[in-house]
Design a protein around this ligand. Structure first.
Ligand code: SAH
Length: 214
């Protein structure tokens, strides 16, 4: 994917090196981070903090995830070029940009109309054109299913049943799973029509996945 100049990507390259030093191994993920101007996804007042490895506030009381978390979730998806990917929680659109850079087909759902709109504008300005939807991620996108990979960037208390159904046999879902205060990074693999295998990858804190739209 190409971006219009004059974005200065030195800071993004530095961030990618920091994430490598913190243990992110997937070179394609690091290369994606190094190509994306994260400051474009936050309010101008926060731009000078955009390349710190920390979450930042965005509209509607939500957050853009910490870069380490974005990189870790993307790495855990084990993307293959051409995969059809569903993201739940577009938020700022930054994670969607990372997925676009990975050469996959991106569908992303956001429950807040305001965020959906802003993300659409930001992404198209940068030359990214994922398919964006204003809707409730608990419903998924039955008309586009099945997906090779599903990435949830807000925390549900249980694995959303409709998203399990919309995962291709052989596909993977990555999500933070658990209650309000703390979640476990979880990978759910669909091993057959009826069987799923679950593994966990440490504790994280995400905003809750909420029902309905606003
Ligand atoms: N991936 C985002 C992270 C945003 S935080 C980024 O890169 O910036 C998680 C997002 O999930 C929030 O924007 C929140 O509004 C959204 N969300 C929460 N519940 C949702 C649901 N049921 N459907 C769709 N989006 C949801």
């Amino acid at each position: 994917m190409t971006q219009s100049p004059p974005y200065n990507l030195e800071n993004a390259e530095e961030l990618a090196r920091e994430l490598r030093d913190k243990g992110i191994r997937d070179k394609a993920v690091l290369a994606a981070i190094a190509r994306i101007p994260r400051d474009a996804f936050v309010d101008a007042a926060l731009a000078d903090m955009a390349y710190l490895d920390r979450p930042l506030p965005i509209e509607s009381g939500q957050t853009i995830s910490q870069p380490y978390t974005v990189a870790r979730q993307t790495e855990l998806l084990q993307l293959e070029p051409g995969d059809k990917v569903l993201e739940i929680g577009t938020g700022s659109g930054y994670q969607a940009a990372v997925l676009c850079e990975m050469g996959v087909e991106v569908h992303s759902i956001e429950r807040y109309r305001e965020l959906y709109q802003t993300a659409k504008e930001t992404l198209s300005r940068l030359g990214y054109f994922p398919k964006l939807y204003h809707g409730d991620g608990y419903e998924g996108l039955p008309e586009e299913a099945p997906f090779d990979k599903i990435l949830i960037t807000a925390a549900p208390e249980v694995v959303p049943p409709k998203l399990k159904e919309q995962l291709r046999v052989g596909g993977r879902m990555v999500l933070p799973l658990g209650g309000r205060n703390r979640q476990q990074m979880t990978v759910v693999e669909r091993v057959s029509e009826t069987r799923y295998r679950t593994s966990t990858y440490g504790d994280y804190i995400f905003v809750p996945m909420k029902k309905g739209t606003e």
